[in-house]
Structures are given as C-alpha cells and as structure tokens.
Design a protein around this ligand. Structure first.
Ligand code: PEP
Ligand code: MN
Length: 444
C-alpha cells in the first residue's frame, strides 16, 4: 500500500471534525469537491519544501518569522490596491525587522486562502432574529439574511478562484520588481508617511538606501535586494476543501496540501483525537498549531508526537496566543517541556487572539498596548530560558482602518472605519509601530 491510497489519505473522515459547516445539499457539495480535485494546485510542493527549510532556520534562531494578514479575507477584497497595500505592509515591517535584527525575515501572508472561520457560537441573534453565524466567505455571506447565511458549497470554488487571483497579483508584484529594495522609498508615499511611525520608517528607508548605494559602489549588488520570497498560509479549517487540494508529490508520493505553502490548525480544532490533527499528520507541508491558555504541556507533547514524530526542525510551528496577562505564567512550562522532548519547533507569538475585548461602543477590539505586552512577555520568557523567540503572527491590513485601539486610534474612532468581517486588525501605521517595538526587543 502506498501513502497515496485513498484509504490512508481519508482516515480523517472517520473522526469527529469540529467547526465544519452544515451544507444543506450533500450532492451539491460532492460535485463541487470533484470539480476542485480537477483544478491545478495553487502552489507547488517544491515551494512548500523551500518554506520548510526557511522555517528550520527560524527554529534554529537564524531567521525571524513574520506572518500576517486579515482575520478573514473576503471575496470583495481582491483589488490590486488592497492586495498591494497588505503586501507592502508586511514588506515594510519585515524591512524594519531585518535592519534592526540583522536577520533574514521569513515572510508569510495570511493571504490567498484565509476564507474560513471557526466560531464560538453556531448561531447569531440580532433583534430577536436567529441565523447561522458567518463562517467566512468560503462558507456563507456576512450579510445578516437567511439567504446569505445559508452555507453554499459553490463558495468553495470561489474561494479557490479568489485565492488564485490573489496569488497572481502577489506573484506579479514580485516579478515586476515591486519588492526591489531600490523602490523602498516609494512604498511610503501616502498617509502613513505623515504618522510618527511613517516618518521613522522614512528615516530608516533613507539609511538603508545609503547602505545599498555604498555596497553598489563596491560592486556588491545583491540579487537578494531585488526580489523577495513570500509565502501564503491560512487556517486549514474546512477539511473537505483542503483534502480536495491535497495532492501526492509526483516523485516521492508524499502528500502536500497545495492550497497554501503553510497551513495551520486553530485553537478550536486541535483535539488530539479529532479529524484536523489526523489530516495534518499526513501532510508534508510546514504546519502550525495555535495554542491557547488551556493547552497543557502534555497536550503540546502529544501534538508533537502526532505531527512531528521525526522532530524535524521547521516542520512544526507552535503559535501561542495566551493573552498579555497570562503569557509570562503559562509559556515557560510549555517551552521547557517541549524543548526537553528534543523537538525543535518554531515558537511564534500571536499577540492578537488572547487579547480581544469589547469596547464601550460594543465593537470587538484589541488594545495596542496589550498586543505589545504579549510580544514583550514572549521575548522575556524565551530570553530567560535561552530558547528562540521565532516570530510573530498578527492580524493586519494595509488599509487605514480603526479597529484596534492605541497608537493613533481611540475608542471614539472605532466606528469610523471598522471594516473587518471578523476580528479587529492592526492598520499599517500600528503595524509599523509594532515592528519598531519588536526590533527594540531584539536589542534588550
Ligand atoms: C484566527 O487566527 O483568526 C483564529 C481564529 O485564531 P485561534 O484559532 O487562535 O482562535
Ligand atoms: Mn482572528
């Protein structure tokens, strides 16, 4: 029996899968999945391998991992401008980090596939009307009507095509030289230029420009300064969709989920006896698991046994999201026990999901200070233990939204540009502020 036999591939189907939509018509779903299976992959296995190697460098402390993007991408959010702004935000953050930490930054977008959301409640009630919760554009619509909120499997095809369109824009931006470091001044010619972090970035960009000119004067004109490596990722929540895009490598026969370079398991679907862990165990991609404050060290160790039995550096990323008030208490035991097990995981801090609160206006928000505090605690813990603070995972957009409070946005600003369909994101100016603060943490 080879690993590609369907019986092995589909073992997850006999296990409970949390957070799956209730599709109204199983035949329609089956037809959509058959069609998806006939589509070309969105990424190539060799690209996933390359990211796994980069992640191994992160695990060893030789590179920093920056992962970010929307909580929930939307089918409407695929204009070149929106994609470019998000991409640019991540590039600018990574430039700040590279320059400050003198370390390569591995850049991974929560982009081109982040269309499915786990929800704490299956239904939502507004003014006495109860409808299914919004589960992301790949499942149902955000609009609060019975029609929009009914899961529609045709949306899975749209998720594929929208991911493909997004990837096409990203690949075209890269190949047309947008990420060329000689252009880095032009990345900042808009409103952010006027903010304190924008001005700080401006100074840094000038310094880098001078350094580049200096190197070129010596005849050192690095190819690496002209292009960028950028990878995509999302929470692989909908196992039917992910399975349909999972393909065996033509040479090795190993399975890759080719809907993205990296995929992760969310906090709500990491049950050891559940379908998600079983599905991920079969994949060769670099993978992640979110770990919230209830995660015990024994659970983390069991996850390693299932997902990284060979203890391969770069294979597994643990993305901790404890909350600013808990990270200093809860993280040390996890890190100590995992290190003692011999696993070389990437430790990544998600300073967003443990710090979500309700603003007086009722908006779901996050305080910038809490975000900074959790990242600071994460660095402190790793410094004290002598382990590697590998990277951060953030919810961010390139637009000038007002969704998180602090660093230029007040509670009163929240209604002005609150555009997320799910969790609140940092705007570009807040993202740059965060990058400068992380850069400082490196030098403490
Ligand atoms: C998310 O990343 O949007 C998310 C739902 O996170 P978590 O699984 O950590 O709650
Ligand atoms: Mn989120």
């Amino acid at each position: 029996m080879t690993i590609t036999d369907l019986s092995v591939r589909r073992t997850w189907r006999s296990l409970p899968a949390a957070q799956q939509p209730e599709w109204p018509d199983p035949v329609a779903l089956r037809n959509v999945l058959d069609e998806l299976r006939s589509y070309p992959p969105l990424v190539f296995a060799s690209e996933c391998d390359q990211l796994r190697e980069r992640m191994a460098a992160v695990a060893r402390g030789e590179a920093f991992l920056l992962q970010g993007g929307d909580c929930a991408e939307t089918f409407g959010g695929v204009s070149v401008e929106q994609i470019r702004n998000k991409f640019k935000t991540l590039l600018q953050m990574s430039l700040v980090l590279t320059y400050a930490a003198s370390m390569p930054v591995v850049k991974v977008g929560r982009m081109a596939g982040q269309y499915a959301k786990p929800r704490s409640k299956p239904t939502e009630t507004i003014d006495g009307v109860t409808l299914p919760s919004y589960r992301g554009d790949s499942v149902n619509g955000f609009e609060f009507t019975p029609h929009a909120r009914t899961p529609d499997p045709e949306r899975l095809k749209r998720a594929y095509h929208t991911s493909s369109a997004t990837l096409n824009v990203i690949r075209a931006l890269i190949s047309s030289g947008y990420a060329d470091l000689r252009q880095l001044q032009t990345w900042n010619q808009d409103h952010v230029e006027l903010s304190p972090s924008g001005r700080r970035y401006e100074r840094l960009a000038r310094d880098i420009d001078k350094a580049l000119q200096f190197s070129r004067g010596f005849g050192i004109d690095s190819e690496a300064a002209r292009s960028v490596e950028f990878f995509t990722s999302h929470e692989a929540l909908l196992l039917d969709y992910e399975d349909a895009l999972t393909r065996p490598d033509v040479i090795t026969g190993e399975l890759y989920d080719l809907s993205a370079h990296m995929v992760w398991i969310g906090e709500r679907t990491r049950q050891l006896d559940g379908a998600h862990v079983e599905f991920f165990a079969k994949l060769r991609n670099p993978i992640g698991v979110k770990l919230g404050p209830t995660c015990t060290a024994d659970e983390a160790l069991a996850l390693i046994d299932r997902l990284d039995p060979d203890r391969e550096p770069g294979r597994l990323t643990f993305t901790t999201r404890m909350g600013a008030g808990k990270v200093r208490d809860l993280l040390p035991t996890l890190v100590e026990k995992v290190s003692a097990s011999g696993a070389q995981v990437v430790w990544q801090c998600d300073p967003m999901h443990g710090n979500t609160i309700s603003a007086p206006s009722g908006h779901k928000t996050r305080l910038f200070d809490d975000v900074v505090d959790e990242v600071t605690g994460f660095f402190e813990v790793h410094r004290a233990l002598g382990t590697v603070p590998g990277g951060v995972h953030i919810e961010v957009t390139g637009e000038d939204v007002t969704e998180c409070v602090g660093a230029g946005t007040t509670n009163d600003d929240l209604p002005l540009r609150y555009e997320t369909t799910c969790d609140p994101r940092l705007n570009r100016s807040q993202a740059l502020d965060l990058a400068f603060l992380i850069a400082e943490l490196y030098h403490r």
